[in-house]
Ligand binder design. Structure first.
Ligand code: ZN
Length: 470
């Protein structure tokens, strides 16, 4: 075993509790990975090309990595992040890697460090901590392995023991990569998920052009309310043919509305005809669409995920130069109890509907989310997300939600990642933390060990399959 990875990492320090946690972890360590929500690129699985170089695997696409480096004054251009205007950025993978390695100390104490070390050790056999001194040797080793067939995306998918993985696509995506995966005859199970923000959020870049395209793709009049809704129904059905079992909604707040049909139609007219759309109408429309999507979910069975509370593109200069998803999204306080009431008044009692709630505002766990999910049959709690997808974040999630919502109103783990090699690391962290939490309950005689084994297996595997119908 590499010196980068201690076999007892993340398990409790107390020897008695650690012994129980080890036994629980042994039961779940090797279970297959179910990854119901994430952002890996389906073209990787479709075309199975070699990953170009270590920097383009670990640094350039990972906003967790480059946001930390940027925070210490390293320009994104030097990290090879592409500019919107095609302006000059570092192209030499080794130069990017050296800069990253020389600053690896910045990741001490962060989950990124744990994920990276896990991949370095288990995939590439690195034994020494990454630093300025070890940068070149690590680069050469990883680069050499990446040329081997065993390190192509499909081989890694199989090695990671992924039973099923979901990607996330816009309704405007033609799902050609998914079609290619199907046509290839490869047995890996990759499904899509319906993420309609570009045609649901009037404040999304290019909203009006997106609606035009939405109409061309579906053959519906997407500038009429009924045609627009019909277009969603068609597109959802199309996504289902590529395995979709869920939709995903990334809104600034959890606001929902349930307007009478005539008012909803008038609102639709305003957000598609007025320029600019008022902030109030934009919020009203996004909220109305969550209720419309819930109605469609009851018809077609897609599970809804609501990911609210990120103030997107907080850094205007970075957004202008590099675009979305560049590590400049910042959490904001999020209210759920009143915000979700219109949707729940309409559909909250439907046991056949599943709405999975996420938060970037941990103050809502015990006060709002656990009580809501511990009551409404339609609601489930998604795992600790994004900034809280970390050992401490997972502990806080279990500590603050379990007494009110139990384990069975939660849905297992989501890796939610764009960084392919981090997938096993992230699931492993979740399994270790959940086993540690359960071991505490066992040692305090609040749960029998045989029950804890069952829960551990459900949290690692069974609940994600069930909640996401996978
Ligand atoms: Zn996501």
């Amino acid at each position: 075993m590499s010196s980068l990875l201690h076999p007892d990492r993340l398990l409790p320090a107390d020897p008695a509790v650690r012994a129980v946690a080890r036994r629980l972890y042994a039961e779940v360590e090797a279970l297959p990975i179910v990854s119901p929500h994430g952002h890996t690129d389906p073209r990787w699985y479709a075309f199975n090309e070699t990953f170009p170089d270590p920097a383009r695997l670990f640094v350039v696409p990972d906003h967790y990595v480059f946001r930390m480096l940027y925070s210490q004054g390293i320009p994104l251009e030097k990290l090879g992040v592409p500019r919107i205007d095609g302006g000059e950025t570092e192209q030499d993978g080794r130069a990017i890697w050296r800069l990253f390695a020389a600053n690896y100390h910045l990741f001490r104490g962060t989950p990124t460090r744990a994920w990276l070390d896990h991949a370095f050790a288990t995939l590439f056999g690195l034994e020494e901590r990454l630093s300025e001194k070890t940068a070149d040797a690590a680069y050469d080793r990883i680069a050499e392995k990446l040329q081997q067939d065993a390190f192509r995306p499909r081989a890694l998918f199989e090695r990671f023991n992924i039973e099923v993985i979901a990607t996330t696509e816009s309704p405007l995506d033609d799902l050609a990569a998914h079609a290619e995966i199907r046509a290839s005859g490869w047995g890996g199970r990759v499904v899509t998920a319906y993420r309609p923000d570009p045609v649901v959020d009037p404040e999304f870049e290019g909203f009006s052009a997106n609606l035009t395209r939405f109409g061309e793709i579906t053959g519906e009049d997407t500038f009429s309310w009924s045609g627009y809704l019909a277009a969603h129904r068609k597109r959802r059905a199309f996504f289902k043919t590529f395995g979709a079992t869920s939709s995903d909604h990334g809104h600034p707040t959890a606001a929902t509305f349930d307007l009478p049909p005539a008012e909803a139609e008038a609102l639709f007219r305003r957000v598609t005809r007025n320029a600019p759309v008022s902030a109030q109408d934009a919020e009203l429309f996004r909220g109305q669409m969550l209720t419309e999507m819930a109605r469609m979910s009851l018809e077609d069975g897609l599970v809804m995920q609501i990911h609210p509370g990120a103030v997107r593109n907080h850094n205007g200069q970075i957004f202008a130069r590099f675009g979305r998803d560049k590590g400049a999204d910042i959490p904001s306080p999020t209210e759920y109890v009143r915000a979700l009431k219109p949707l729940l008044d309409r559909f909250g009692n439907e046991a056949g509907l599943t709405i999975i709630l996420f938060t970037l505002d941990e103050t809502s766990y015990a006060r709002e989310l656990a009580p809501l999910a511990g009551h409404y049959p339609a609601l489930r709690l998604g795992p600790a997300w994004w900034f809280h997808d970390s050992p401490e974040g997972m502990k806080r999630f279990r500590t603050m939600t379990t007494e009110t919502a139990g384990f069975y109103n939660t849905v297992g783990f989501n890796d939610d990642t764009r960084a392919f090699p981090s997938i096993p690391a992230r699931h492993d962290v979740a399994r270790r933390i959940d086993c540690s939490f359960l071991a505490e309950l066992v040692c305090e005689h609040r749960l029998d060990e045989d029950e804890a084994v069952e829960v551990a297996r459900d949290l690692a595997y069974g609940l994600a399959k069930k909640a996401y119908k996978l």
